[in-house]
Design a protein around this ligand. Structure first.
Ligand SMILES: CC(C)(COP(=O)(O)OP(=O)(O)OC[C@H]1O[C@@H](n2cnc3c(N)ncnc32)[C@H](O)[C@@H]1OP(=O)(O)O)[C@@H](O)C(=O)NCCC(=O)NCCS
Length: 198
């Protein structure tokens, strides 16, 4: 199965804090689940934090920015075949939304998807982003039939580079001044990993 033909048959919906919410992946400490309108406040905590969005193309968000983001995410998941998974990162034990992650199919024919993540600052340094990224890579390969998962990160963001390495991606290229973001040209590392068919 390739990304082009995949509809990623969902896991059964799970009752989460009283609501029926679709769980996409689970790890030892985390649940990656679909976003809902009720997540606005929790997303706003990290999306409005300048330290969190320093290396991201968006933010710091106003509440309206986050509301528009949520609407776009909810609209995009109705597409068939679906191309975008923007998910909540939720702690299992609380449960509390502590960040977001994404997997977007960027080339259906080639089976390529790109990966991203952000955590609220109070949850950095506990291995949570690596845990989420590993689960997304697994989801891309085993459920979406992706062939290549890629991501870019700035050399000035070594924690993100390390997350990608711990999720099994390898640095492929250095991209000098390849994107203009927040008033200046940024360098990036391109990371990727491939699914080897057996
Ligand atoms: C980048 C981010 C997701 C990392 O989340 P996290 O949960 O703290 O990451 P993890 O704990 O899983 O792993 C971080 C790794 O980076 C390492 N690290 C952290 N800061 C580092 C630094 N300044 N230099 C080198 N390594 C660093 C950690 O030691 C850890 O590696 P280790 O487990 O081998 O010790 C988080 O800081 C964040 O949300 N940042 C803002 C959003 C963002 O930048 N997203 C990525 C855009 S490309």
């Amino acid at each position: 199965m390739s990304c082009a033909s995949s509809h990623a048959s969902p896991l059964p919906p799970t009752r989460w804090s009283g609501d029926l919410i679709q769980v996409v992946a689970e790890t030892a400490r985390l649940v990656l689940r679909e976003l809902a309108d009720a997540d606005l406040e929790a997303i706003q905590v990290y999306a409005s934090d300048p330290a969190v969005v320093e290396f991201l193309p968006w933010g710091p968000n106003t509440e309206d920015d986050t509301r528009r983001f949520l609407s776009a995410v909810i609209a995009a998941r109705a597409a068939r075949p679906r191309r975008q998974w923007d998910l909540a990162i939720v702690l299992r034990r609380e449960p509390r939304l502590v960040g977001g992650c994404r997997l977007h199919i960027t080339d259906e024919i080639a089976g390529e998807a790109d990966l991203g993540y952000a955590l609220a600052r109070g949850y950095w340094g506990q291995g949570l982003a690596s845990e989420a990224a590993r689960a997304l890579v697994e989801f891309a390969f085993t459920r979406l039939g992706a062939r290549r998962v890629w991501a870019i990160c700035e050399p000035a963001n070594p924690a993100s580079a390390r997350v990608l390495e711990k999720a099994g991606l390898r640095r492929e290229r250095f991209l000098r001044a390849h994107r203009f973001m927040k008033g200046r040209w940024r360098d990036s590392y391109l990371y990727a990993c491939h699914h080897v068919a057996r």
